[in-house]
Write a protein that binds this ligand. Structure first.
Ligand code: HAM
Length: 414
């Protein structure tokens, strides 16, 4: 029996790799105009980083991590904690008071695979470390918006909320748990568990009865300080002033413990149950929690597979069109030798070209040139060997031009 890929993973065959490269190139260009620099970190980290960074009671840390070597190491399930680990380890804050970093890389979460949800998936994301200015929040959301719209995705909705700081949430939790305690037996098992360890996550429940109960629950926003609310208003105003369409959603909580105040998501109806294209927020306590100086920060990450799903459905992806410029067909052993040398010479000059490696007849070689969409063909036979001149044939219209010295081929091909 042939061996197949593990559940929840996928292969990227050449056509799809071409489309991913297109997407990544565009993403890099936009990060660059927003003055973000790339950071890369190891595929795995010490498990402790994610326990401390993301929170032990979150779904990711409690259920979904790929941990090995006696629990010492874990494949990264997200990039915010690794980026902050590196920020502290290399004292990047000393280098510049505002660090703007981006990444494009693979993540690992042992989730139940379904459409748009994988166990190895890729994200692009950004982290802006050092500013608590509402303009920094606005910049982050506008950066995400510029990328999503830059791809031609029109129907994604931006939802924004603020979840305040830990102290504000403590006051809310008292009221919230007080209200929920009357319904405790009716809540889903997940929500009952969260009631004890992480009540905020109950707001995220998809269970219909949970949702009914939540309808009349106290709202976190009402428990936030005036300064938190004012800051939130400033962010919304800046977004408004800059033509960004969004909806506030006081129920929006995200699956990481590091968030403080601003949280946001870009959603699309067309993704089914996994409707988030992108998510992010402010995490002003994380640098300190991981052993650095108190430093405000904000970021987001987007799911590349989900973005590609929408772009594919809307025909927004390019078709692979990086075809060879030239196919060199040959007849006989001597001309094969000559063709191989010519191939090498042209490749060294940067011309994408191909020849036959399967001992095919001239007719089959011409068919192959056609199949791989080579733009030009030359045939090397005895005559060409002697004269070192070739007929360069354009495949699209069959027109031919004589090139009297094969050293000149490159000029004709350009
Ligand atoms: P997240 O919401 O877990 O946030 O992931 C961001 C995006 O990654 C999601 O909106 C989704 O598109 C994609 N994604 C997540 N899990 C999967 C999966 N199993 N399969 C396919 N796609 C997935 C974070 O990761 C935070 N680190 C974002 C952030 C950065 N917050 C601040 N800075």
């Amino acid at each position: 029996m042939p061996i197949q890929k593990p559940k929840g993973t996928y292969d990227i065959l050449p056509e799809k790799a071409f489309q991913r490269n297109f997407l990544e190139k565009k993403v890099r260009e936009i990060f660059n105009t927003f003055n973000y620099s790339e950071i890369r970190t190891p595929a795995f980290e010490k498990t402790e980083l994610f326990k401390r960074g993301i929170g032990e009671e979150t779904d990711i840390v409690s259920k979904e991590m790929y941990t090995f070597k006696n629990d010492e190491f874990t494949l990264k399930p997200e990039m915010t904690a690794p980026v902050i680990r590196a920020y502290i380890e290399y004292n990047l804050g000393n280098e510049s008071p505002l660090q703007k970093l981006f990444y494009i890389c693979n993540m690992f979460r042992r989730e139940r695979p379904q459409a748009g949800r994988f166990r190895e998936f890729s994200q692009f994301g950004a982290e802006s470390i050092g500013s608590s200015d509402p303009y920094a929040d606005a910049e982050m959301i506008m950066l995400a918006d510029t990328i999503i719209r830059g791809f031609g995705i029109k129907d994604s909705v931006i939802k924004i909320n603020t979840i305040g700081g830990a102290e504000e949430r403590e006051i809310f939790f008292k009221e919230f748990k007080n209200y929920l305690s009357a319904y405790l037996n009716e809540l889903s098992p997940d929500s009952q568990r969260r009631f004890v360890i992480n009540p905020l996550r109950i707001l995220d429940s998809k269970n219909p009865r949970d949702r009914e109960i939540l309808n009349d629950a106290p709202v976190l926003y009402q428990f936030l300080n005036e300064s938190t609310k004012k800051n939130f208003e400033s962010i919304l105003l800046i977004l408004n002033e800059n033509g960004i369409m969004f909806e506030t959603d006081y129920m929006l909580v995200r699956g990481f413990d590091y968030y403080t105040s601003t949280t946001f998501e870009f959603l699309s109806d067309r993704l089914g149950a996994q409707n988030a294209l992108l998510g992010g927020g402010r995490y002003d306590m994380l640098v300190q929690q991981l052993g650095g100086k108190p430093t405000p920060a904000i970021g987001f990450a987007a799911g590349i597979e989900r973005i590609l799903m929408i772009m594919e459905a809307d025909n927004l992806l390019p078709v692979k069109n990086d075809f060879p410029k030239l196919f060199i067909a040959s007849i006989g052993e001597e001309s094969k030798k000559f063709s191989f040398k010519l191939l090498e010479t042209l490749r060294k000059k940067g011309v994408k070209c191909e020849t036959d490696f399967l001992g095919r007849s001239l007719k089959s070689q011409m068919k192959e040139a056609n199949r791989i969409n080579a733009e030009y063909v030359v045939v090397i036979g005895d005559e060409e060997l002697k004269s070192n001149s070739v007929m360069l044939k354009k495949m699209s219209d069959g027109s031919e031009v004589k090139v009297t010295d094969t050293d000149n081929l490159e000029n004709y091909l350009k």
